[in-house]
Every structure is written in C-alpha cells, then in structure tokens.
Ligand binder design. Structure first.
Ligand SMILES: Cc1cc2nc3c(=O)[nH]c(=O)nc-3n(C[C@H](O)[C@H](O)[C@H](O)COP(=O)(O)OP(=O)(O)OC[C@H]3O[C@@H](n4cnc5c(N)ncnc54)[C@H](O)[C@@H]3O)c2cc1C
Ligand SMILES: Cc1cc2nc3c(=O)[nH]c(=O)nc-3n(C[C@H](O)[C@H](O)[C@H](O)COP(=O)(O)O)c2cc1C
Length: 789
C-alpha cells in the first residue's frame, strides 16, 4: 500500500507517524517543498485536552514534545491600564520549528520516507499512490485545483494580522489592547520556549490604513509595532519571519475526499482563527481521526475515507464555529471599548460560548467574585439596595424600567398557546400564566395578543378588542399580582401576512383552507408561495386608511391593557407579522414612503409605537420585539438591526427584545446555543439601549454569562418554561438566591429545594472537576527542573 502525503506540516507528519505505527508495511512518503528546518511561524499552543489526545495517540512523540514546552495556566488581559488574570486554562506552547523537527525525527525512526525540497505540482505526479493526503496548508494547491469538487468556500475577514515573535517572556496567555491615534491594536502573546514568545498583532482595516501599515515592508512594520507596544515589550524587540500582514481566510469545504483516494487534511480542509489557538490542534486531531478511520477499516482506504469525513466533520465545524465567533469578537472590539475592564475581560473570556459563568467559577472563583461585585455595584448605582460585598449573580439582580422593578432577570418569553376562544383567554391561560408567575420569574409576557379579529394569526389566538377579553386578562393580571412578585407584560401584535393560519399542532404558519379572513401586509406577497399552498391568500397591500385603522386598533387594545392592570407593554414587530413585514426588505417591496430605505420601512412601525407610547402611561415601560436578521440573502443587515433598535429607543422604547428570523420561509438560521444573543449584544452596545436576549438559552449559567458580559439586560426563556414553570426557583436555589419569592403555600417546597441544591451542586462540581483534563503543570515543572539540573 502506497501513501503519499503532500506537506510536512503538523497534519501531514502526524498522520504519517500514526499510520506507519499501525501499518508498518505501508509505504508512506511525505513530500515537503521546504527544507527540513526551514519553517515559518513562532509558537504553537495546545490545551490540556488536546495533550490528552496526543498522549493516547502516540506516547513517544507526546513525551518528546512535552519535554520542550512552556506551560501556563492563566490568561491575562490588559485593557485601559487594568490587568485581569484568569486561572485554570491549562495551555502549553512550543516552538513550531521544534514541534516539526520532533515529528520529523519520530517519523524517520518509524520508517516514514521524508522528502524535502519536493514540491508536488499536480496529483498526476502521484498516480501510483493508493492514498494521497493533501496536507498542503492554507493555500493548498490540491484544493484549489479541484475546488469545484471539494465545494470550497473562502471568507476573507476584514481585520489585518501579522505573526511576529519577541524575546519577552510571559507566564500567561496575554492579550494587550492598545488605543493609539490611528485606532486600536491588539496583541495575542504567549511564550513557547525560554526567551521566545509569539506576538500576533491584529487591527481593523481603518486603523491599518491610517497607520500606513499597508505601505510598510516587513521590517518597518515591525519597528512601527514596537513603538505601539513599547511599554508591553519592556525593551525587547519584535522578531519577524515572513511576518507579512494578511487577512484571515475562513476556509470550509463541502467535501473533504475525492475519488476514494484523495483527502484534505489540516488547514487545507478547514481553518480556525488564531485567536482560539486551534490551527495546529485541528491539523493534528484531523490526523488522529483519519488514522483511527484507517485502523477501524483495517487499512481499507476507500472505507476509511468514507468513515473519516462523517465522524470528524462535526468536531471540526464546532471548533470552526467557536473560532468564527471569536474572530468576530476581535473584529468588533470597538463595540466593547467603553466597558469596564472587568466586563470587557469577562466578555473576552466567554466570547466563543465554550467558557461560561459557572465554568469560570470553577476555574477562577476570585475573578467571578469580582465580576459579580462589579455587576452588583452598577445595580446599586441605579438605586437598588443590593448587597455588593456578597452579591447574587447577575440573573438575580433587580432591574428597573421606568417605575417597574423586576425582582430578577429571568423572563418568560411570549408564547402563543393557540387555546383562546374568540380571542378570550380561558381557564388554561389562567393556570398557565398563574403557574409561570408563581415559578419565580421576574417578568412574564403574554402570548402575542391580537388587536382585532382579523389581526389574529389563528382562531386560537388571544385578542384584546372587547370587554370579555379585557375581563379575562384582568383576572390573570390580578392573580399574578396577588400570588407572585412577577410583573406581567402584554405583547400586542397584528399577524399581517401570517394571519388566517392553522393552529401550531395542525400546521404551523400554513394558511387555513376554510374560514380564512382577508389579510393585509406591507406588500402583496404571500408568506408561503401559492405553488406550495394553492389556497394561500395574497395579502392586500396596506393603504394609508388601513394604517390609520390598525394604528388605532393597537391604541385601543393598549388602553384595555392598561385597564386590565398590565405592568408593561410590548409591541410585536418580529417574526414576519405585520410590522416585521414592513421592516424586512424581503417582505416590503413598497415604492411609497413606507418602503425602500430603512427610514421608510421604519415609518409605520414607529408610528404605531409612538401612538402606543402616547397612550400608555408614562410611568410604565414599553418594549419592542424585533427580528434582527432574516437569515436570508438580501434580508436585514446587522447595521440595520442596530439602527432599528436605536430608532425605537429614540421613540421611547425602554427595552429591545431581540429575536430573529421567521420573516420568510426561506430563512436558514444558524441554530445553536444562544444563537440570537449576538444580535442583542450588537444592538445593546451600539444603539445603547437595554435589550433582552432570547432563543435557545436553556440554563441560568448561560443567562449569567450573557448578563455579566453585557450582551443583554434581561434573558427570556421560552420552551424551558413550558417544561418547567419553576425554572427560576430552581436556578435561584442553585445560586443561593434565597430571597426569591414564592407564595406562602409553596414555602415548604422552596425550603427543601434550598436545602438540597447546595449539596447536589457540590457533588456535581466535584464530578466536573474530576472530569477535567489533567493539568500538566506538575509534569512540566518536573521536566524543566530535570533539564535545568
Ligand atoms: C504566516 C503564518 C504563521 C503561522 N504561525 C503559527 C504559529 O506560530 N503558531 C500556530 O499555532 N499556528 C501558526 N499558523 C497557523 C498554522 O500554520 C496552521 O494552522 C497549522 O500549521 C496547520 O497545519 P497543516 O499541517 O495543515 O499546514 P501547514 O503547517 O501550513 O503545513 C503545510 C505544509 O505543506 C507544504 N506544502 C504546501 N504545498 C506543497 C506542495 N505542493 N508540495 C509540497 N509541500 C507543500 C508547506 O510548505 C507546509 O510545510 C501560522 C500560519 C501562518 C499563515
Ligand atoms: C409555542 C411557541 C409559541 C410562541 N409564540 C410567540 C409569541 O406569541 N410571540 C413572540 O414574540 N414569540 C413567540 N414565540 C417565540 C418565543 O418567545 C421565543 O422567542 C422562542 O421560543 C425562542 O426561545 P426559547 O429557545 O427559549 O424557546 C413562541 C415560541 C413557541 C415555542
């Protein structure tokens, strides 16, 4: 069996080692265009978890490389003169050159043939090969020559970066953030051997040009950066080695294999931004995975390739996603620039979702105490009498909007129950909202309540256009106020082109076959095309008279809401209903002053909001729910979502409730934990308005992470509350928030929960600590001591 590996980087060499070890009779050759010791780059980093993986895969190379590594446990963040150090991260760094030399040595010892200064120009040169491993790096020729087959997508990111080194030593993975007259510069630094550290420099496109870096050569750019980071370099110089400034390409391939004999590996296949230090890790773990597939298929190449891609893809995409989220954070660093250094640092640590509040509590309890204290002190500065010395976590800190005070920041998201009769809430609703209120959330939303019979989504939607409905809602509000400390917000909406549809369990958003009422929208475009549902109505384009009527219906319902005793009012302008269809360029094709520019598309939704704000008591808060993205090409852009948030804030919104999607059936959301939270973060920190995050937020830990990082001010949970109305109470017990209110009838249940939860938490913490990858700190200390002696 002949295997040819193109590229002697970490991916190619490590695969060759593992394959030769398991299949000594295979003839394995590595072709590398450079010389053996001719390598660019400075240090590489690996986490404890990655090292565990290497140890299992090849103890010999693991022993060799860990003997040459620098190890550290802390991340240090320098911003605005403050320094925050966060422990428990377990990383090690090694020189890329040393790593490659050690891998070459191990490969040779096993009998792999290494051919240097051998550039493979085409796959034709390797016709005799049974397997070709294209580990030829980020600019892979194999991939480029066959990009239609591999389905290559390259997203060239805007920020500029350059990989340099220095002789300054570091005892932590260190981030420097520096403001200059040109703009902000970032340095990602870590030591990889005695007196050698990596210094990756990064800046945004405007700063890059303003500073003149686009016109400097390698040496002058290093001298320039030495001046920017003079204080941080402490007299040391920057070292260059092909340290050109470039923009990071996010590379993805729809297929990784070709003709059952070619496979892409490492950077050739998928890149991960350097800010999560995973390029070399991904490359070597790819090698492990391909080797495992080969072993599992007893050396059958075609079968191994069939096995490799499906087993490896999810892990690679997860790492890429984390890297993408991370790189976007660095691209938007200006957004966080005014934050307190503690919040800034917490946001940086938790940017890619894998590190959370609870997670940091285990690794760096002192830092989390500081974060909590800072959060509580801000709450106190807003006039709340909260304990700053022994504070509760952010989720259990109060929030005031106008004169409404919320006991905590757990919110029950609005959720249609499709169980009203003629718009009138039933016993079901009283029990449903009653249970949720008694469950301890600070704020509960009603489902989308419609302003007129023809404004309903379905026959089962609640409405607020007559006395009977008003009375039923007044009963729910009175129950909530009498039996809980939850505040209750009325969400008012108009279904627009998603009106006259079936109940959720009969066909979500599908048009009614019988009994449909006429529907209106911004433009005469049905939500579902008639090719899909022949009976789908084409909505009538709203005239000015229609707008007047609908605006007045909203106001009349709000007045009923006020009489029913609601504490807060939300205007539903999301999810493809009437007002969302004005905002979205995909649904609004009007040629008049209500279509076209964002200013025009905002005109009618803002008019309704302004009329509501005038009718709704000034001391009571109002919010607006928006879909911040259509998740479709040509849909709402991020800067528009921010402008929408700002416009509603200007019109008197106290909170923007940030959802996304459901505006067109062609939307392709990128679902995942907290997947809508980045929109909330953008709107909150750019439009400077309080926001509520929602969407696949399933734990109090995630919510604390969101709040502490300043990604939102409130966190809404929808489906989690349908499974557990006592969600907030349980979360309170987890964090020892004993002050959470329960009705007196439920006190014994709360007492038991508060007693048992700390014990369960301690047991779980113990398990988590035991499951943590083992720290190499003692091993490194021992090896370094031995080396020194
Ligand atoms: C300028 C730069 C500096 C970097 N520095 C670091 C760093 O300090 N630390 C770090 O962790 N990561 C660094 N990275 C990222 C890191 O290089 C990759 O994520 C990682 O090395 C990927 O491993 P790989 O084996 O897939 O590719 P590579 O390491 O890129 O290896 C590919 C190899 O294939 C060879 N090759 C390419 N084409 C051919 C051909 N046709 N024939 C024969 N040989 C060929 C190349 O010479 C190269 O040696 C750097 C990246 C760049 C662009
Ligand atoms: C059954 C159901 C009904 C919903 N009805 C509404 C609604 O009336 N108004 C609204 O703004 N969002 C509605 N939503 C969206 C939720 O408020 C929330 O944004 C969404 O479920 C994502 O949050 P989650 O992951 O916590 O469930 C509904 C969601 C569900 C599951």
């Amino acid at each position: 069996m002949k295997i040819d590996v193109i590229g002697g980087g970490p991916a190619g060499l490590y695969f060759a080692i593992l394959a030769k070890k398991s299949f000594p009779r295979f003839d394995i050759r590595v072709h590398e265009r450079n010389q053996a010791d001719d390598t660019f780059g400075f240090g590489v980093v690996f986490s404890d978890a990655t090292l565990d993986n290497f140890e299992r895969s090849d103890p010999e190379s693991y022993e060799a490389i860990t003997g040459r590594f620098a190890y550290w446990d802390d991340v240090e963040i320098h911003i605005h003169g403050a320094v925050h150090r966060i422990g428990g991260n377990g990383f090690c760094g090694c020189s890329r050159r040393t790593l490659l030399l050690l891998l070459q040595e191990r490969a040779r010892a096993l009998g792999v043939e290494l051919i240097f200064r051998a550039e493979i120009a085409s796959l034709d040169e390797l016709r005799a090969s049974d397997l070709i491993v294209a580990a030829d790096g980020i600019n892979s020729r194999v991939r480029e020559d066959h990009k239609a087959h591999f389905g290559t997508a390259v997203d060239l990111r805007p920020n500029w970066f350059s990989w340099m080194g220095s002789s300054r030593s570091f005892d932590a993975f260190t981030f420097f953030f520096k403001e200059t007259e040109y703009g902000i510069f970032i340095a990602h630094c870590y030591q990889y051997e005695a007196d050698r550290s990596t210094f990756v420099l990064e800046t945004d496109p405007e700063t890059f040009v303003k500073a003149g870096l686009d016109r400097m050569d390698e040496a002058s750019s290093a001298r320039f950066m030495e001046k920017v980071f003079a204080e941080e370099l402490e007299g040391h110089k920057l070292i260059t080695n092909r340290s050109l400034w470039r923009r990071f390409p996010m590379i993805r391939n729809a297929r990784w294999t070709m003709d059952d004999r070619v496979v892409l590996l490492g950077d050739a296949k998928a890149t991960a931004h350097f800010s999560i230090g995973s390029g070399t890790k991904l490359a070597m773990e790819d090698a492990i995975s391909l080797h495992q597939a080969l072993v599992a298929e007893h050396g059958d190449i075609a079968e191994a390739l069939h096995r490799f891609e499906p087993t490896r893809r999810e892990e690679v995409e997860k790492t890429q996603h984390a890297a993408d989220v991370s790189l976007v954070w660095f691209e938007h660093v200006k957004r966080f620039w005014d934050m307190h250094p503690l919040r800034f640092s917490f946001g940086l640590m938790t940017r890619s979702k894998s590190i959370t509040f609870d997670n940091l509590e285990l690794r760096a309890p002192k830092f989390i105490r500081e974060v909590e204290r800072h959060f509580a002190s801000e709450v106190r500065a807003h006039g709340h009498d909260v304990d700053v010395e022994r504070p509760l976590p952010p989720l259990f800190q109060p929030l005031r909007l106008r004169e409404m005070t919320l006991e905590n920041r757990v919110v029950v998201s609005p959720m249609c129950m499709y169980s009203a009769i003629d718009g009138v809430p039933q016993d079901f609703h009283l029990v449903h909202y009653g249970a949720l209120a008694m469950g301890g959330a600070g704020l509960i939303f009603t489902e989308m309540t419609c302003v007129a019979p023809d404004a309903r989504i379905t026959h089962g939607c609640t409405g607020l256009w007559n006395d009977e409905q008003e009375k039923a809602f007044a009963r729910i509000v009175a129950f909530t106020h009498a039996n809980s400390q939850a505040r209750i917000c009325l969400q008012l909406g108009h279904a627009g082109r998603k009106g006259a549809t079936k109940l959720m369990w009969e066909g979500m958003d599908e048009p009614l076959e019988h009994g449909a009422w006429p529907i209106v929208s911004a433009s005469p475009l049905p939500y579902y095309p008639q090719s899909q549902f022949p009976h789908a109505q084409v909505p009538c384009e709203m005239s000015r008279a229609d707008m007047d009527r609908v605006r007045d219906q909203f106001v009349a319902s709000a007045e009923r809401g006020e009489r029913a005793g609601f504490d807060m009012l939300e205007l539903h302008a999301a999810h493809g209903y009437l007002l969302a269809s004005f905002l979205s360029p995909l649904a609004n094709k009007r040629k008049d002053e209500y279509g076209g520019s964002l200013e025009n598309r905002l005109r009618f939704p803002l008019e309704v909001f302004t009329a509501l704000r005038a009718a709704w008591p000034a001391h009571k808060p109002m919010s607006v729910r928006v879909s911040a993205s259509d998740w479709q090409e040509g849909g709402l852009a991020e800067h528009e979502a921010i402008a929408i948030g700002a416009a509603f804030a200007e019109a008197g919104a106290d909170l923007v409730d940030v959802s996304s999607g459901q505006t067109t059936p062609l939307a392709r959301p990128f679902y995942g934990r907290m997947f809508q939270t980045p929109f909330s973060e953008a709107i909150r920190n750019e439009a400077r308005v309080a926001t509520m995050a929602v969407g696949s937020i399933t734990s109090a830990d995630q919510a604390n992470t969101i709040l502490a990082a300043g990604r939102a001010d409130l966190v809404a949970f929808g489906r989690p509350h349908l499974a557990d109305p006592g969600f907030a109470l349980k979360a309170a017990a987890w964090y020892g928030a004993e002050s959470i209110f329960v009705p007196k009838q439920y006190q014994p249940g709360k007492d038991q929960l508060m007693r048992n939860t700390p014990r369960e938490k301690a047991e779980l913490t113990e398990l988590r600590l035991r499951a943590k990858p083992k720290s190499r700190a003692p091993t490194f200390a021992r090896k370094h001591k031995a080396a020194a002696e």
